[in-house]
Design a binder for this molecule. Structure first.
Ligand SMILES: Nc1ncnc2c1ncn2[C@@H]1O[C@H](COP(=O)(O)OP(=O)(O)OP(=O)(O)O)[C@@H](O)[C@H]1O
Ligand SMILES: [Mg+2]
Length: 356
């Protein structure tokens, strides 16, 4: 068993030596140009460590600058949730565009917003809504979507976010009609998302995000990446604990293998998911794509052997980039993805190693 320990330590040292900080990978490009759904993982419906009671919602008033909207106000700004105001749809429900200003409530700053409405028949519910309000309501960071407010009236549950002008990274990477994102933009998105994760992991009481994927990375007008969707976030282990035991939740293709197998959740599970998203940015391929030949269904299985092979590594880079990247930067980014995707969680870098 002694050997095991030694191998593990070596792997950690090697990973840290190889970690290439993402900000160094953005610029070496000469001529930059600027369907769904995922399968959700949910092992059972009860999780004693997340809030249970409707009354818990009362505690959210401690977050001073998060606004408690009335249903009427949110109906007004979305024209009664009109179909042409729909921005998208996810597991929680439908997301609408809206605009708040003095006409909605005296004292409100003029601001475009996104209003997410809990689908009462959906598989997510009050618990996820409350988790989102609790975590996102107290976090402020340039790479986390700002929660402007919420609504909790009868059995209605809504969330109001800052509006993200360019929508999700998923749409930019995978929508057929989208203009291919240039290399520098992809690396800057990876860096922004990594900073968002690092902020959560380094919080006084660390937070594990648990649902890191391209549809939860939203892009501002200048392509600044921000994490959204904190419904599955979890407080990290405390004291001597090495992990949090929890029902397995997340999205197939992104969840770390040891977490899916054991339900043991650590910040390194998020690092694995970061590796998957980095791989999607590098290859332009989805984490799971059943429309490809069977040996290419799983992006990680297909790409991993090539990531560590300098002769084959350029074969996996997104052909839509048309060679508009430096080979050195591609090597470094692939090396980072390789270490983030280590089977051994301890061999993965920390998010704080990845960001400057
Ligand atoms: N703050 C926002 N600003 C602009 N568009 C948004 C915002 N939040 C969500 N959207 C749009 O709504 C879509 C649905 O988002 P939502 O988070 O509900 O689902 P999802 O991430 O696609 O799926 P999942 O339920 O698996 O998280 C997003 O893909 C995005 O296009
Ligand atoms: Mg989402």
């Amino acid at each position: 068993m002694g050997n095991c320990g030694t191998r593990e330590e070596n792997a950690v040292v090697a990973a840290h030596a190889q970690v290439q900080q993402l900000h160094l990978l953005q610029h070496p490009v000469k001529n930059a140009v600027v369907e769904r759904k995922h399968t959700r993982i949910s092992s059972d419906m009860s999780d004693p460590s997340t809030p249970r009671k409707i009354e818990d919602a009362k505690n959210i008033s401690i977050y001073n600058d998060v606004i408690d909207f009335t249903l009427f106000e949110l109906e007004t700004i979305t024209k009664s949730f009109r179909a042409d105001y729909v921005l998208g749809e996810g597991g929680f429900g439908t997301v609408y565009k809206g605009y708040i200003d003095e006409n909605v409530r005296v004292g409100l700053k003029s601001l475009p917003v996104a209003v997410k409405v809990l689908n009462k028949d959906g598989h997510q519910g009050h618990r996820e809504w409350l988790t989102e309000v609790r975590f996102l309501g107290q976090l402020r960071h340039p790479n986390l979507v700002k929660l402007i407010g919420y609504c909790c009236e009868d059995d209605h549950r809504l969330l109001v976010y800052e509006f993200m002008f360019r929508g999700s990274l998923e749409n930019h990477l995978f929508r057929r009609t989208a203009t291919p994102l240039p290399w520098a933009t992809r690396m800057s998105i990876a860096l922004g998302a990594a900073k968002g994760l690092a902020c959560l992991h380094n919080a006084e009481r660390p937070i594990i995000y648990r649902d890191f994927k391209t549809s939860n990375i939203l892009l501002d007008s200048d392509y600044t990446a921000k994490l959204s969707d904190f419904g599955l976030a979890k407080a990290g282990p405390e004291g001597d604990e090495t992990h949090v035991s929890t029902r397995v939740m997340g999205t197939y293709g992104y969840a770390a293998p040891e977490y899916v197998m054991t339900g043991h959740l650590t910040a390194r599970s998020d690092v694995y998911s970061f590796g998957v998203v980095l791989l999607e940015l590098l290859t332009g391929r989805k984490s799971i794509d059943k429309s490809r030949p069977s040996r290419e269904h799983s992006l990680v299985d297909w790409a991993l052997p090539k990531l560590n092979d300098k002769r084959r590594l350029l074969q996996i880079i997104d052909p839509k980039l048309e060679g508009q990247y430096s080979v050195r930067a591609a090597h470094k980014a692939c090396s980072l993805a390789y270490y983030c995707l280590s089977q051994n969680p301890k061999a993965r870098p920390l998010m704080s190693d990845v960001v400057p």
